[in-house]
Ligand binder design. Structure first.
Ligand code: ZN
Length: 906
């Protein structure tokens, strides 16, 4: 017999170990079954599992368990991400704090720093693995991958070289987001903007007045730009030159006319700094103007700044303003000018735009063979969504996706950090070549097992490009690089198509079935997987994209570790409530793409559900024991022995199986969760078990319980597997490996279901009248039921109605009559009346109601007065007024009910 209470902490780890040992997680490449594949979004190998991971794991585990039970060859590939910049910055900070080394890169050198980061990652990976297990994730650990595995590095190099040869990867000078703190380039979508209040200066620049918040960039300015339509500057011609006094002495300046200028802003003219501003850079490109670097990569001023060279921006700014004042070029200062400053999303350093030589992926060059055409990467990305080869759930994100692609610029893939896949390009120290009309060291591509140190043709040593690749370059290959046979990647005679062709896992399991991830990384990652995978393999990476929303606090705020009172840590919750309760609380009520709220009572509510299921199972087992039925027996359900409730339940189970199966197949997980919850609690426990008291059919009970456990297994795998031990048919496998129930396992009997529903409605009506009229719990009452259509059914269930309605007398007939002094409920085709005389103390009840009526009227008058006060309405916040209006409506409704009852009693 089952223990009285369910203790998840005592059983969960054991069950997980049992699943793992049974081989249930392991997919079979040789099987003929239809594949179903998920690539787990690899958590950053930097730390701890948080709720975002927990929801991802719960969703994907539901997909994969459902597919496995449906008889598909289900593969869920787990892994971790080296997360280049995120990891390097964490480790650098750690070394700075713990070892008091201010610049670990300079002090330790490349090799040692990489070794330290790898060490740190190794430890975090162990933590992450154990946390994934805690959630119950049934992933295939034998296929675990890491974005920095040598086999994945091989794939990265192959794709880089292929793109380079196809002319899709190029090196060029472009303005980039430079993070002087982290000493690296940061992608456009890895920066965030913060508002900053700074002084805004206006200076005299020849005949012009220019305004700026950044005087320190103005040293090299020799172009002044005005709008061609600006009447104030009509007398100047485009290209006209003038001499003027400036920070470091006399300069020759040129007037440029360009429509990019906002005439309304300031004086309508500005000087430009192409090296340190993306808009100025574009303008300089258009007009073929010189570009000069003013600030170095450490954020210090260069020699062009004269006596200010070597100073930081903060130090130099007031001194430069002072000098301009001395020279009489200062016009005015406005304090409190608010402007937006770009900050690195990771390192939080202020971004300094810089021109730098970087590696780029050309997204517009039409050289990708796709559907018998040559398309650009951008076009392929659009095509796969437009043609519905890839479906995004929810589909409103398609619009967002297309908008993002329309604005996509060439992708800067090089980073100046050390932790990452290094660019597989080498330079000969002697030979040169001409690229874009410029002589540069000869570029050599190399992928191989031997170190590449000497350019064979000339005998000169080579150096490898110091840059590493953007982390999304490697995670863009995640769905397929994880399926390449690692042994093959050591054979350098194979090319990329060979690796794909000869890898059985890739052949069997790619494209993957569904990619599940947060909507916040649709572009960071999902779009880049589409770009990289279609190009490298000619296949889409996945057929469906399921985007989950963010989990917020009870008040809708973002969960943050700095607010521990509202921030939920899955690893603290699981021992307290069980993984099943956590999973349910994150899935039910969360529709894809929408944010949802989570707080402890909600998780507690689902723990209650898990306990309800446990107690119901105990009840079923006790019934079996009493009836002498072995719960593991093969069932023989005999039709002639079925009660109305049995027939209705069996029919309801058939509908449940159909709904749950269809719901899961169409990824409506919240809806299915609600359906199961309500079936188990409201139908099976509250009605069926009550109705079967005294005449339980153990065969039906076991059948229903087994079916519910099977259907619930993907959502709450631990408790269902534990209960399955007690009711599994002899010889059956573990539930995780079990078969999905079929609708025709249960006979359909809509008539019986509808008839029982009439009985349920009648009992519900009796109960609600009792509650409303304040009839004492223990008191037995009389009821009169008039019905034309349902006399026979209700008669046949008379015992149940009397017992559950607590009746001492029940009349059922086909009449229809008015009843004085009775409370009535009118159902479809059934009238339920309860005479109140003698049931309650009419006089006392009347007094009580009259008093309540007076109170409510008084209260209403107060609220009405408040709401008719114009001053109150004008001054109160909208939500305060709304609250008052709600109060008014609630009280009116209450008063209406009280008056109705008073009428009844008179
Ligand atoms: Zn050479």
């Amino acid at each position: 017999m089952l223990p009285k209470a369910y203790d998840p902490k005592a059983v969960e780890d054991g069950i997980y170990a049992m699943w793992e040992q049974s081989g249930a997680f392991k997919a079979d490449t040789a099987s003929k079954k239809e594949p179903f594949t998920i690539s787990m979004p690899p958590p950053n190998a930097t730390g701890q599992l948080h709720l975002g991971h927990a929801v991802m794991l719960a969703l994907e585990d539901i997909f994969i368990r459902f597919a496995r039970m449906q008889g598909k060859e289900a593969l869920w590939v787990p892994g971790t991400d080296h997360a280049a910049i995120a990891t390097e910055s964490v480790v650098i900070k750690k070394i700075q704090q713990e070892e008091k080394i201010p610049d670990p890169r300079a002090k330790l050198g490349r090799e040692e720093l990489i070794r330290r980061i790898a060490d740190f990652v190794g430890k975090s990976q162990d933590t992450i693995r154990s946390q994934i297990r805690k959630m119950g994730a049934s992933c295939d650990w034998s296929r675990e991958r890491y974005t920095f595995d040598p086999a994945l590095n091989r794939c990265v190099n192959e794709v880089f070289v292929k793109m380079y040869k196809d002319g899709l990867i190029y090196r060029g000078h472009r303005i980039v987001n430079w993070d002087p703190k982290m000493q690296t380039t940061v992608a456009d979508d890895e920066i965030e903007y913060v508002e900053e209040t700074v002084p805004f200066y206006t200076f005299q620049y020849g005949p012009f007045q220019i305004s700026t918040a950044r005087p320190e960039t103005k040293f090299g300015d020799k172009y002044v730009v005005v709008h061609p339509d600006d009447k104030r500057y009509k007398q100047y011609k485009d290209g006209e030159q003038f001499e003027c006094e400036w920070i470091g002495g006399k300069i020759k300046a040129t007037i440029i006319k360009d429509k990019v200028i906002d005439m309304e802003f300031g004086t309508g003219c500005m000087t430009i700094t192409p090296w340190h501003d993306p808009v100025d850079f574009d303008l300089a490109e258009r007009h073929k103007l010189d570009k000069e670097q003013i600030i170095d990569f450490e954020g210090k001023l260069l020699p062009i700044a004269g006596e200010f060279a070597g100073m930081s921006i903060e130090e130099a700014r007031p001194k430069i303003v002072e000098k301009l004042k001395e020279k009489g070029l200062f016009v005015k200062i406005e304090e409190n000018y608010v402007h937006r400053v770009a900050v690195s999303y990771r390192g939080k350093g202020k971004i300094e735009p810089q021109i730098k030589e970087q590696w780029f992926i050309d997204v517009n060059k039409p050289v990708v063979p796709w559907k018998k055409k040559n398309m650009s990467l951008k076009e392929v990305m659009q095509d796969v969504i437009r043609s519905k080869e890839i479906e995004i759930i929810p589909d409103r994100f398609e619009k967002v996706y297309f908008h993002w692609i329309d604005n996509l610029r060439d992708w800067c893939i090089s980073r100046q950090i050390w932790w990452g896949h290094r660019v597989p390009v080498y330079y000969c120290k002697k030979c040169t070549e001409i690229v874009n009309g410029k002589e540069v060291p000869m570029r050599l591509l190399y992928i191989g097992s031997e170190p590449f140190e000497v350019h064979e043709a000339c005998g000169s040593p080579v150096t490898q490009d110091p840059d590493t690749l953007d982390t999304w370059f490697s995670s863009g290959l995640w769905t397929w690089s994880t399926l390449i046979d690692p042994a093959l990647t050591e054979d350098y005679s194979l090319d990329l198509p060979d690796l794909l062709k000869k890898s059985p896992d890739y052949q069997k399991f790619h494209p993957t079935t569904v990619m599940e991830t947060g909507y916040d990384i649709l572009f960071f990652w999902v779009a880049r997987m589409i770009l990289m995978t279609t190009y490298a393999t000619g296949q889409i990476p996945f057929k469906k994209v399921y985007l989950h929303g963010l989990i917020r606090t009870r008040d809708g705020a973002k969960m943050s570790k700095s607010h521990p009172e509202t921030c939920i840590d899955p690893l603290e919750i699981i021992p307290k409530y069980g993984a099943d309760a956590l999973r349910l609380s994150m899935i039910v009520g969360q529709s894809p793409g929408n944010d949802s709220r989570l707080f402890e009572e909600k998780i507690g509510g689902y723990r209650n559900f898990v306990n309800k299921l446990w107690n119901a199972s105990r009840f079923v087992l006790i019934q079996c024991e009493e009836a002498g039925l072995q719960p593991n027996e093969k069932l023989k359900i005999e039709n002639e022995k079925l009660s109305l409730a049995d027939k209705a339940l069996l029919s309801a189970l058939q509908d449940l199986i159909t709904d749950v199966t269809e719901g899961l197949e169409t990824y409506r997980l919240s809806e299915v969760g609600e359906r199961l919850y309500s079936f188990v609690w409201d139908y099976f426990c509250d009605w069926y078990l009550e109705l079967s008291k005294g005449e339980a059919n153990p065969q039906v009970l076991i059948h229903a319980l087994r079916t519910m456990l099977q259907l619930l297994h993907p959502y709450c795998p631990f408790v269902t597997e534990e209960l399955w031990k007690s009711v599994a048919p002899r010889g059956a496998t573990l539930l995780i490996k079990g078969v999905w129930p079929q609708a025709d396992d249960s006979p359909k009997n809509q008539g019986a279901f509808d008839q029982l529903q009439v009985v349920i409605d009648v009992i519900t009506a009796l109960r609600s009248i009792r509650a409303e009229q304040g009839v004492d719990q223990g008191k037995k009452i009389e009821a009169i039921i008039h019905t034309k259509e349902h006399v026979k059914v209700l008669e046949s269930q008379r015992g149940h109605i009397e017992r559950m309605g607590r009746l001492e007398k029940l009349t059922i007939d086909a009449k229809s009559a008015k009843h004085k002094n009775a409370a009535s409920v009118f159902l479809k085709g059934v009238e339920v009346h309860i005479p109140l005389e003698g049931m309650i103390d009419m006089k006392a009840e009347k007094q009580k109601l009259t008093k309540e009526q007076e109170n409510l009227r008084g209260f209403l008058a107060g609220v009405e007065k408040k709401l008719s006060n114009e001053q109150f309405i004008a001054n109160a916040a909208a939500e305060v007024v709304a609250k008052e209006k709600q109060k008014l409506a609630d009280a009116q409704e209450k008063l209406r009910k009280v008056e109705e009852r008073l009428k009844l009693l008179s």
